[in-house]
Design a protein. Structure first.
Length: 300
């Protein structure tokens, strides 16, 4: 970094605008004259159309060049669900990822959300003052934690999709009630099979929590790659059999799958778990995105 970054006139670095996306970005107020990175004196200031963020240079903990990226995951303003990293991108080629000691504001006007890293796609990342601007959403933090967070988020999404199948099965008359509700009913004080106050809400919450936990375990087992829909479906069916042919009947909550008098319930639950497993595998793979390359580099 030159002396200008700590004293005197700040250095200005322009964004690399891909002509294919420039018209759309212009509608958002993001143009070459309204987007740039200013470094110094003693301050890093990034303007991206109406978005502006500023932090002392002393707050910068590291930088690296990353890319290329998927245009649909990078172009524009993006906040990572995995680690809240902020991305300002005008191209999918490459950029500079800047990490911070203390998270910064900038993703939303109230400043309630703080970002541990910022990705900016400057015109020449190698000529920038600290390195290149890239996918900072994949930087910083423990790769194991990022993997678990992505898996839990994917598991929650997958639980919602399977819940739609379960509700459809109940409304069609194939399944008498929701199994998670029966499990919570048995766990609450009072007679095991008698309806309890709040069991519907608690059952839904427990179902989401269990699904998130299974999603995190799947991401851990597959190293966050998802490893394809067949593996996800197989994983989900093992969970179904382990629960509804295993510990659920063992605790006298519901009959085992092989002897269930409600013949439609095993069919609905098996279908719901197939949907869960397929969604989980696809979601883990999608959420991994470009973060995977950084995870693998940190693990080596």
């Amino acid at each position: 970094m030159t002396d200008d970054t700590t004293a005197g006139k700040p250095e200005r670095f322009t964004f690399d605008f891909d002509p294919r996306f420039a018209p759309l970005l212009s509608v958002l107020g993001i143009r070459p004259d309204t987007a740039g990175v200013l470094v110094g004196p003693g301050t890093l200031r990034v303007r991206f159309g109406p978005w502006v963020t500023e932090t002392p240079l002393a707050n910068v903990s590291g930088v690296e060049t990353t890319g290329p990226y998927s245009p649909f995951r990078a172009i524009g303003v993006h906040v990572s669900l995995a680690d809240r990293g902020l991305t300002f991108a005008t191209s999918a080629r490459k950029g500079l990822c800047v990490r911070f000691h203390e998270p910064i504001r900038g993703g939303e006007p109230l400043g309630l959300l703080r970002h541990p890293g910022l990705t900016v796609t400057v015109a020449d990342p190698r000529d920038s003052p600290r390195s290149s601007l890239g996918a900072c959403r994949s930087s910083g933090g423990n790769p194991l934690i990022r993997r678990l967070v992505r898996g839990a988020a994917a598991g929650t999404l997958s639980t919602l999709t399977m819940s739609a199948v379960m509700l459809a099965g109940q409304k069609s008359g194939l399944m008498p009630g929701q199994p998670p509700k029966h499990i919570v009913r048995a766990a609450l004080p009072g007679r095991r099979h008698r309806p309890k106050r709040g069991e519907n809400v608690l059952g839904a919450a427990a179902h989401l929590g269990f699904g998130a936990g299974c999603g995190a375990a799947f991401a851990l087992l597959t190293r966050g790659r998802g490893s394809g829909v067949p593996l996800g479906v197989g994983y989900a069916l093992l969970i179904w059999l382990g629960a509804y042919q295993g510990w659920v009947p063992a605790l006298n909550i519901l009959p085992p799958v092989s002897r269930d008098p409600a013949r439609g319930r095993p069919v609905v639950m098996a279908a719901a778990h197939v949907v869960y497993g397929a969604t989980l595998a696809l979601a883990v793979r999608a959420m991994r995105g470009t973060d995977g390359r950084h995870d693998e580099k940190e693990e080596r």
